[in-house]
Design a protein around this ligand. Structure first.
Ligand code: PGA
Length: 262
């Protein structure tokens, strides 16, 4: 039975002065035992969020990690530096692919660092609008996966709890979403790609999240799809009411899965 996960990507929002209070408010409004909750604040806010959610069972994640362990990389944060601050990490977000020129191969190296450091990776994939319109969405996502996962042992990644977030780039921050059916079809394609890459039936255990303008108002469409295991949420994740609505809906799916599994 796969978990149901709601992961908050706060992006470049909040400060160390206000992140703790926001995290505490969200924690208090989202206490659903069966839902895996993760908050990924800016790196300078990790300590504040960690301290704010002690005892809440909420995972704290970084939004990126460097592909080297240490050295002359001004402004960067390495995986070992996150020890004690984060237990999750987002990798390959489309904004980093776009703004920092991250390639699939580089993201693959980050993935290795994350796993070595015991961080649970959320690997982001997703196509651009013109790629979808050209009918190439699945090919693009397959290539992103192949590039990032190349050379990684499936058993190691599975043990690290690898999560894939399908985030169509045209849906991020636009108010436009994929349909539940399209997201589900992509989740199937992602697991098929993993099977083809040597994962075998372990591909079925990998959680696949949807991301891109997810809100409390549309999350049900995604959580109704058995192939989708939750959401990676940007804008709406900064709003406690929205988080309460999304985690509340996720709890319904989690309970249904538990009942079906019993
Ligand atoms: P959004 O961002 O929910 O604001 O579209 C999602 C993401 O980029 O992870």
């Amino acid at each position: 039975m796969r978990p149901v996960i709601i992961a908050a990507n706060w992006k470049m929002n909040t400060t160390p002065a206000d992140a703790g209070e926001l995290a505490r408010t969200i924690a208090g409004r989202t206490r659903e035992a069966d839902v895996v909750r993760v908050i990924c604040p800016p790196s300078v806010c990790l300590a504040a969020v960690r301290d704010a959610v002690v005892g809440e069972g909420i995972g704290v994640g970084a939004q990126n990690v460097h592909h080297e362990l240490a050295g002359a990389y001004t402004g960067e944060v390495s995986a070992p530096m996150l020890a004690g601050l984060a237990t999750w990490v987002i990798l390959g977000h489309s904004e980093r692919r776009r703004d920092a020129g991250e390639t699939d191969a580089l993201i693959g190296r980050k993935l290795g660092r994350a796993v070595e450091a015991g961080l649970r990776p959320i690997l982001c994939v997703g196509e651009l609008l013109d790629e979808r319109e050209a009918g190439r969405a699945v090919d693009v996502v397959r290539a992103q996966l192949a590039g990032a996962l190349a050379g990684h042992d499936p058993d190691t990644l599975r043990a690290a709890g690898l999560v894939i977030a399908y985030e169509p780039v045209w849906a991020i921050g636009t108010g436009r979403t994929a349909s539940g059916a399209d997201a589900s079809a992509m989740a199937d394609a992602i697991r098929a790609a993993l099977r083809d890459a040597g994962w075998g039936s372990a591909a079925d255990d990998v959680p696949v999240l949807y991301g891109g303008s997810a809100t409390s108002g549309n999350i049900a469409e995604f959580l109704a799809e058995p192939a989708i295991d939750g959401a990676l949420v940007g804008g709406a994740s900064l709003k406690p009411d929205e988080m309460a609505g999304m985690v509340g809906r996720a709890a319904i799916t989690a309970a249904a899965r538990r009942a079906a599994d019993a």
